[in-house]
Ligand binder design. Sequence first.
Ligand code: HSE
Length: 443
Amino acid sequence: MSSQAIRVGLLGIGTVGSGAFTVLKRNQAEIMRRAGRGIEITHVADLDVARARAIVGEGVEVVADGFELVRHPDIDVIIELIGGYGIARQLVLEAIEHGKHVVTANKALLATHGNEIFRAASRRGVMVAFEAAVAGGIPIIKALREGLTANRIDWIAGIINGTTNFILSEMREKALPFASVLAEAQRLGYAEADPTFDIEGVDAAHKATILAAIAFGVPMQFERCHVEGITSLQSEDIRYAEQLGYRIKLLGIARRRELADGSGGIELRVHPTLIPSRRLIASVEGAMNAVWVKGDAIGHTMYYGKGAGAEPTASAVVADLVDITRMFTSDPGNRVPHLAFQPDALSDIRILPIDEIESAYYLRMRVADEPGVLADVTRILADSRISIDAALQREAGEGENQTDFILLTHRAIEGRVDAAMARIEALPTVLSKVVRLRMEELS
Ligand code: HSE
């Protein structure tokens, strides 16, 4: 074992930062036996110097300015836990320029500026490790990049945002609307005061972008990820889905597609999705995360755990520190590539626009309760070569002359489904917009 400890500078000591500090200290001896060398947080930068000092105690240098750390000659590794892509990007790039390895939990930064950051890191021969950026404590990056490296990945489907999974679980269990569950989630601290990134699907899209890059060996392309959140999801669709044997989850999906013309494409999308209740991933409830991966050799494999929180996320941050410590003196050309594939072997396989994706669909519409209505609707679908898998019609209530009609389709190209929906909505007997949700069998 080397006697010289790895010296770490921590940028931002909030929830995850203090978790990392605590875990590293508590498991110091065990971690040293694994890493072969001590790992010490020697410097912390945080705007709230007094709070930071209270957390780390004496013996750790605390400053307000992160740039002091990224330029500091005595620091080997920088942990970036500031978040966002403004100052965090500058700090990470400057740390790399100064030859420091970087550990980050910042999915927004990697999904939007990852290509630039990894290029800079490769040029400078340093590592940028980011296990904590996707699904918190679940070692999904390691699993995809190393454990599953023999596989051609077919698809990934992940519950990768705990806030929205908590909200959807509560909506289903308590039959409550989105707005009241969100308010409760904020009161309990499950949702942030400004929950926009979570509920609009942006956080999940950042993570899905990173997963797709690693799974398929493509550059980060967040701008091509289709993003829909859960804000317009209605409780009645959760209920109808359940009657049909499905649960609705906000999934991040990255899927390889062979196209009719023989070329290939990737679907990259985040949206509420019906999945069969019998699938293991449908039972992932509350704020838990899970990532389901299908590879050609392994078949189906699922990774489950806490996607947020101080120590679960710190578990990933510290694992990255150990990895970096082990690889510290290795030849940069022999390290595991950042995006699993060698940087000069990344592919330009196309991310498909949303109207070219293929999915099964749940369609709900309000219809007049009179002869021929269903025949008209199903005729339009038949004309559009969209095959129906199941149908559910609620009995009209006492004195009502209209009712809900729900259809599940087989897989079809989305553009074709949208065109059929427009024709259905034009029928005089269809009294509402058609609610369209995507559905995945995950088989
Ligand atoms: N806000 C995220 C979630 C956790 O709710 O899962 C951090 O990525």
